[in-house]
Write a protein that binds this ligand. Structure first.
Ligand SMILES: Nc1ncnc2c1ncn2[C@@H]1O[C@H](COP(=O)(O)OP(=O)(O)OP(=O)(O)O)[C@@H](O)[C@H]1O
Length: 142
């Protein structure tokens, strides 16, 4: 299936805007997921996007699964589709040894830190280490 098939005029406009940020404000069930997945598929099809450099983020595991399923149905392989928290945790685990010099804490202790964006979480790590705070949170609360 072509990534542009079955799109209305506004969806098509968003899907074909491959460069730069696009903000889609639309209600529940109006086709936002369709736009996101088709935009990724169109970008990959046209060579504008390299799949390994695309990440689709959403709030819930269910929505992340929906993104993965739809991308697969569109024949798109290699694009990461995750929740914000899962992506942040992956980055935390990846960068932790370099920035903190030891192994990442267990997931039960990283959970609080990872409720923030990756950038903020990494800032949280360095603050925590400087202040020798409890690993339970990055803001010092116990
Ligand atoms: N242009 C379209 N033509 C026909 N069906 C469409 C179109 N756009 C979306 N749909 C259908 O409408 C339904 C909702 O679409 P989609 O899941 O993409 O919306 P959403 O805004 O992401 O929903 P939610 O807010 O629940 O996450 C799906 O079944 C989708 O296939």
């Amino acid at each position: 299936m072509n990534a542009l098939d079955g799109l209305d005029e506004q969806q098509r406009e968003a899907v074909t805007a491959l460069r730069g940020p696009v903000c889609v404000l639309a209600g529940a069930g109006t086709g936002k997921t369709r736009v996101i997945t088709r935009r990724i598929a169109h970008g990959v099809d046209t060579g504008a996007y390299s799949p390994g450099r695309v990440m689709a983020l959403t709030f819930t595991s269910k929505a992340a699964g929906e993104l993965r399923g739809r991308l697969r149905a569109l024949g798109v392989e290699g694009v990461a589709a995750r929740t914000f928290h899962s992506a942040a945790l992956a980055q935390l685990n990846y960068f932790w040894p370099t920035l903190a010099g030891d192994r990442p804490p267990r997931s039960s202790t990283t959970r609080c830190v990872c409720l923030r964006t990756p950038r903020t979480a990494l800032v949280g790590i360095s603050i925590r280490r400087r202040c020798a705070m409890s690993p339970r949170t990055s803001n010092g609360a116990r």
